[in-house]
Design a protein around this ligand. Structure first.
Ligand code: PDD
Length: 307
C-alpha cells in the first residue's frame, strides 16, 4: 500500500487521504488517469505517459492541472516518499469539485489531482512472465472513445473479474466482427506463424499503450517485422506466439486463449527476448526530463493567460 498519497497540492498519509464527495470523478467518472511502471526506483517511459495524460485531458477539455515540470517533481517525490523500488504510480485528474450537474462546471473550477503508489514484487512478476498467462475472450462492451484513458472502467472491471473466475489473468475483448480490440488492462499482440508481430492499429477502438509504442521501436531495432492491423480470435488461436503489454505487465507472454494452447503452450522465444529488451532499456526511457511537448507547453501557457 501507498505510505503517502498526493491530493490537490498536499502529500498526505495514505490512510488520511480524502477527496471531496462532489468530485466529478466520483459522481460522473469525469476524470482521466495514468499509470507509470516503476522499476529499480525509476519511472518507466516517463515522457510518453505524461504526453498521453495531456492528450486525454485535451480530448475531454479538462484543464491541465499544473506545469509538466511541477508534475515531474511531484511524481518523483512520490516514488521517494513511498520508498518505491518496483511497482506503480497512479495519477488521476478529475474536472474538479462542483455541485452535481452533468454539464461542465464554471471555468474557474480547478481540476482535482490525486496520486498514489503501489509496490509490487519484481520476482513474482518475472516468474509470471517466465510461465506465461492464460487469457479468456469476451465481447467488448465499452464506449467508443477507448483512446482516452478515462477512469470509467466498469466493462474492464467485469471482464477482469470474468477472467479471474475462469482462472485466467486477462480478458481479450472482441469487437462485433470477431476481432480482438485489446485486453481489459493491456494491449494484445500475436506473432504469426511467419514471424510477423501484429497488434491492432491505435484509433478510437483501443488505448494507444505507451509500452506498445516502445515495443515497436524495440522490434524495429531488432529487425522483427510488425503490422498494425486487427486480428481475429481464430487467428490468435493459430499464432506462433501471443503476449500482452502494459505499464504493469511490461510484456507478458500469453500461453493459452480460452483454454487452448498457443504455439507449444510455453512462452514464445521472441516474446521473452522482447521482454528482456524492454526491461534492459528502461534506464534510457525513464529519466523524466522536463517535457518540451508542444501540447503541454501551449496548454499551460493558455492556462496562465486565462488564469
Ligand atoms: N492499463 N489497454 C488498456 C485498456 C489499458 O488499461 C492499458 C493499461 C493498456 C496498456 O497501456 P500502457 O502500455 O500505456 O500501460 C492498454 C494500466 C496499466 C492500468 O489500467 O492499470
Amino acid at each position: 500500500m501507498s505510505r503517502f498519497a498526493y491530493v490537490n497540492g498536499q502529500y498526505i498519509r495514505h490512510t488520511d487521504a480524502r477527496i471531496h464527495i462532489e468530485d466529478r470523478g466520483n459522481q460522473f467518472s469525469d476524470a482521466v488517469y495514468e499509470v507509470w511502471g516503476v522499476r529499480n526506483g525509476e519511472l518507466m517511459d516517463f515522457d510518453g505517459h505524461l504526453r498521453r495524460l495531456a492528450r486525454s485531458l485535451g480530448e475531454l477539455k479538462i484543464r491541465i492541472p499544473m506545469a509538466p515540470a511541477a508534475l515531474t517533481v511531484i511524481l518523483h517525490r512520490m516514488v521517494a516518499l513511498n520508498k518505491l523500488r518496483n511497482g506503480l504510480i497512479y495519477l488521476q485528474v478529475s474536472r474538479g469539485q462542483a455541485r452535481r450537474d452533468h454539464a461542465f462546471p464554471a471555468a474557474n473550477v480547478r481540476p482535482g489531482i490525486m496520486i498514489t503508489a503501489k509496490s509490487t514484487n519484481a520476482i513474482t512478476a518475472e516468474t509470471r512472465a517466465e510461465k506465461g498467462i492464460s487469457v479468456i475472450t469476451q465481447p467488448d462492451i465499452r464506449w467508443g472513445r477507448r483512446d482516452i484513458k478515462s477512469i470509467s472502467l466498469l466493462p474492464n472491471v467485469l471482464a477482469k473479474q470474468a477472467a479471474s473466475e475462469a482462472g485466467a489473468s486477462e480478458c481479450w475483448l472482441v469487437d462485433p466482427d470477431g476481432f480482438i480490440t485489446e485486453g481489459a488492462s493491456s494491449n494484445a499482440w500475436i506473432m504469426t506463424t511467419n514471424g510477423v508481430l501484429v497488434t491492432r492499429p491505435a484509433n478510437t477502438d483501443i488505448l494507444n499503450g505507451i509500452t506498445r509504442r516502445t515495443l515497436f521501436e524495440l522490434a524495429e531495432s531488432r529487425g522483427i517485422p510488425f503490422e498494425e492491423r486487427a486480428f481475429s480470435r481464430e487467428e490468435a488461436l493459430c499464432a506462433r506466439e501471443a503476449f500482452v503489454t502494459s505499464a504493469s505487465a511490461y510484456l507478458t507472454p500469453v500461453v493459452e486463449i480460452d483454454g487452448k494452447p498457443i504455439g507449444n503452450g510455453h512462452p514464445g522465444t521472441f516474446s521473452l527476448q522482447l521482454r528482456e529488451a524492454y526491461v534492459a532499456t528502461t534506464p534510457m526511457r525513464s529519466r523524466g526530463r522536463p517535457v518540451r511537448d508542444p501540447v503541454w507547453l501551449v496548454a499551460h501557457r493558455l492556462e496562465r493567460l486565462v488564469g
